[in-house]
Ligand binder design. Structure first.
Ligand code: NAD
Ligand code: ISE
Length: 356
């Protein structure tokens, strides 16, 4: 790779996985992000990848994801394939010393996450950013700044609601934790600055509208190292739209985000607002900032944002959460290894968004 700080040409990106997120990231990199262009796309679905490539100038299409990494002009990779496919492409990217923005989860279990960490450490420098995009959402950033300022005192409880209109068709019980609550797990670690030490899951009688076999909704309780409690309502077949809301209760006050997102109206009939249909709309600004920050950092030769360690720590909590789903009401401890010094340097993106 050319040294990013000495060249002006846009960063050549390969996007692996061109489903909902991948296609949206291709659009973003092409129409919104500055300093980057999509030069290759990959998907195991030949028709889908051909259609996405056809809409982008000078972009090659691949059904073999590794072949996309070796395509002409590729200098960095955005991974948006399903979680179980991440390990193979991450290891291939590290072998080629390519910077990666990997959609969450890093991988779906701690053992595979540790293999990725080992490969990155063998390489000798950090190359992976995990796409925990709430770290770039304006409201989450303000909440983090407020908590860090300390005026509200110590956080005692963190109430979270995470609702989807309908789940991805591949959803099974474990994905409620690995794909959905993974966001609240990262938000807890990032906002409260503490590791999660134990997980309990409570399971109400499932909604009649949940797909067969999916125990939806669930109530997931995380305990943190300093004794804070985090309760997460995860409800992925709520039917009415996409809602992500949170309230931190501290010793001297509370702070709430995500209540009224978007248009609010007052009319003769009453007042009300619109609910985003999905994550693509609700977190559009956060994805824009996340991808721009990744491109900018990559062109400077840096790796910022949530690290592979953060991805592993999240996977370790998820593993406890999936075990807790099988023993409802019982607290399951998190088995988290020690953080290697390699991952000690803090990410540098933590300031408020520009204009925020
Ligand atoms: P999707 O099913 O819409 O798309 C996944 C695509 O990957 C499909 O086109 C599929 O054919 C392709 N694919 C499958 N195996 C592949 C492989 N080995 N190599 C290349 N392509 C492969 O799923 P999605 O909703 O776009 O999710 C993709 C990723 O993004 C997942 O990791 C998911 O957890 C993450 N995601 C993140 C957010 C967020 O808010 N940050 C939201 C949704 C999804
Ligand atoms: C999806 O993979 C996401 O990451 C979304 O942000 C989340 O809301 C959804 O539940 C997941 O399936």
């Amino acid at each position: 790779m050319n040294h990013p700080s000495t060249r002006r040409a846009p960063l050549g990106v390969a996007v692996v996985g061109t489903g909902a997120m991948g296609a949206d990231h291709v659009r973003r990199l092409t129409e919104v992000t500055s300093g980057a262009r999509v030069v290759a796309v990959a998907d195991v679905d030949a028709d889908r990848v051909a259609a996405v490539a056809a809409a982008v100038d000078d972009c090659t299409a691949h059904t073999d994801p590794v072949a996309a990494l070796d395509a002409p002009g590729v200098e960095a990779v955005l991974v948006a394939s399903p979680g179980p496919a991440h390990e193979a492409i991450l290891l291939a990217a590290l072998e080629r010393d390519l910077p990666v923005l990997c959609e969450k989860p890093l991988t779906p279990d701690p053992a595979s996450a540790l293999r990725v960490l080992a490969a990155e450490q063998r390489l000798g420098h950090r190359r992976i950013q995990v796409g925990f995009m709430r770290r770039y959402d304006a409201e989450y950033l303000r909440l983090r700044a407020l908590l860090a300022a300390g005026t509200l005192g110590r956080p005692l409880m963190f109430h979270c609601r995470h609702r989807n209109a309908a789940p991805h068709p591949s959803f099974v019980d474990a994905m409620l934790i690995n794909d959905s609550v993974a966001h609240e797990i990262d938000a807890t670690r990032w906002l409260l600055g503490q590791e999660v030490t134990a997980v309990t899951v409570h399971r109400p009688t499932p909604s009649a509208h949940a797909p067969t076999g999916l125990g939806d909704p669930q109530l997931v309780i995380l305990r943190t190292a300093d004794g804070a409690l985090v309760d997460v309502e995860i409800f992925v077949s709520c039917g009415f739209g996409y809602q992500v809301q949170a309230e931190v209760v501290c010793e001297r006050g509370t702070a709430r985000i995500g209540e009224a997102h978007g248009l609010m109206t007052n009319t003769a009939a009453g007042w009300g607002g619109a609910i985003a249909p999905d994550f693509v709309e609700r977190f559009a600004d956060a994805y824009d900032r996340e991808v721009q920050a990744w491109v900018d950092a990559t062109r400077r030769g840096e790796t910022t944002g949530a690290s592979a360690w953060d991805g592993y720590a999240s996977a370790a909590v998820c593993a406890a959460g999936v075990a807790a789903q099988r023993t409802p009401g019982e607290s399951v401890p998190v088995a988290l290894g020690d953080r290697p010094p390699f991952y000690d340097d803090p990410p540098s993106h933590d300031g408020p968004p520009s204009g925020g």
